[in-house]
Structures are given as C-alpha cells and as structure tokens.
Design a protein around this ligand. Structure first.
Ligand code: MN
Length: 273
C-alpha cells in the first residue's frame, strides 16, 4: 500500500504582475518531482491579490495546466487561441517549441481559486507544435463514490479516462471530493512519481494525518488508500518520470544550457511563436 515519503507545505510568493499564491512544487523544499516542475495554488477573495494577472509571457519546453476551482481566467496566446476558463474548468496547454500568452482573471469581485501545474516534456517533444485544450467543467468525467466524487481531469481513474488527451506525458490528475467519513481506494502505478495536496479539510494516508495546505509526496505502490473522518477535498497527481537532465530559466525548461540560450535568443528575436 502506498505510503507517504515526505510532506511539504506551500510557500507564499508572488508571480505574474503580483498575483499572490502558494508555491508547492518549485520551491526549496520540493524543487521538482519528475515529471512535474511546478505546482501553484492560488486563492483569494480580495481582487487586489490577483486582478493584475499574468500579462503576456513566453513558455518553451513543457506543458501548463490551469484548473479553476472557482472564478474565471481569460487566456489569449500567440498561436491565435483565446478562451475563458470558468469555475471547475481546465486548460491544458502544450507550450512545445514556444508560445506567448496572457492569463488574466476576468472578475473584479469574488473569489479566484485554483491550481497551475507544470508538466515537463521529454526531449523529443520539447520542440513540438504548441497547442491548447480548453475543457469546460461539464466535459470533465466524474465518478461518484458512496460519499463524494472524483473528477478525472487527466489520466485514468479506475478505468475511467480523463478529459485531457496528452500524448507526451500522460499523467493522472484527479480532483477528489469526499463529503463525509469515507475510505477512498484507487489503483495507482508504482512506476510513477506522485503526490496528494489537501485543499479542504484533512485526510489520512497510512495513519498519517494531513491537513489543508499539506502536500504529501508518495511512495507509490499499486494502490492508494485515503481515509477521511469528515468532508475533505484533495488532488492526486502522478506521472512517469522522464529522467532527463533539466535546465530551467524561468519559463523555459530545456535539457541543455545551449537550448536555453537558443530559447532566449528566439524570444528576443520574435521567433518564439
Ligand atoms: Mn503562463
């Protein structure tokens, strides 16, 4: 049975044009968890904490996944896509060889809450064509449990396929809502690296209690068991490690220094798109 390898809490930081967030992966205590490069949780009911958003910025060499728990985030990119991720919706963007985009909250009142996950690409896919999948909440498969449900954002949960089609790295990304005392059991892949992040209530894995805001890096086996005493919500994310060298410079994640210099030059020369 899956156990906890170690736990970390997100650190408070700011990104974009001053959006306040908690960085869970991509911080000193958990710099990466191959194939995952970053996990941010954002959440505030104060517009000044988020309204300036993320004005145009580039990416190359990986994928960004934005999952809105509450609130709306507008998106516009250099490939010609534009859209609005609404409450419960998901955007999966393959930056591939390069994209410039903006991510702007589209509300001035109310709560903005969600996650952004960065999934690395293997060398063979780093220069792939950029693309973008916008998945409204209604298109996300939900599996009902005795007391709660699992929203299958990506990957496979107990034979139910997720909403996202991503061929390069095909991680599991499930959002699990338990409404009362419940034992949650799921098949997992012991070859994956994976984690659970609790965003409401508290859960127990292998007799260890995890409260809201705690990320447990898992020692995965064939199955994971989570026990709750009351209402709780958490995400489970896992993926096959890529096991290649990583050189990162801000929004560019490549395998070598030279490829990073090339990415910066391409961006400066307007050739990233
Ligand atoms: Mn971005």
């Amino acid at each position: 049975m899956t156990t906890i390898s170690h736990t970390v809490q997100g650190t408070s930081t700011q990104d974009g044009a001053g959006v306040k967030l908690k960085r869970v992966i991509g911080q000193p205590l958990l710099p990466r968890l191959d194939p995952f490069l970053m996990l941010d949780e954002f959440g505030s009911d104060l517009a000044q904490d988020y309204i300036a958003g993320f004005p145009p910025h580039p990416h190359r060499g990986f994928q960004t996944v934005t999952y809105m728990l509450q609130g709306k985030m507008g998106h516009k990119d250099s490939v010609g896509n534009s859209g609005l991720i609404e409450d419960g919706g998901l955007q999966w963007m393959n930056a591939g060889r390069g994209i410039i985009h903006e991510e702007m909250p589209q509300q001035t009142l109310g709560v903005l809450r969600g996650f952004q996950l960065w999934v690395n690409l293997p060398a063979k896919d780093k220069m792939s064509e950029p693309n973008y999948q916008d998945i409204p909440s209604s298109k996300i498969p939900e599996v009902h449990l005795e007391h709660g449900k699992v929203r299958v954002l990506a990957g496979v949960f107990n034979d139910i396929k997720g909403a996202v089609n991503t061929t390069a790295v095909n991680p599991n990304f499930w959002d699990i809502h338990l409404t009362e005392k419940q034992k949650f059991l799921a098949d997992t892949n012991k070859e994956h690296n994976g984690f659970i992040y609790v965003y409401e209530g508290a859960i127990k894995i292998a007799n260890q209690t995890m409260n809201r805001g705690v990320c447990a890096v898992l020692a995965l086996s064939d199955a994971v068991e989570v026990i709750t005493e009351a209402k709780a919500k958490f995400i489970f994310v896992s993926g096959m490690p890529i096991k290649e060298p990583i050189v990162q410079y801000g929004p560019f994640v490549m395998n070598t220094e030279n490829e990073i210099h090339q990415a910066i030059a391409d961006y400066q020369n307007g050739q990233l798109t």
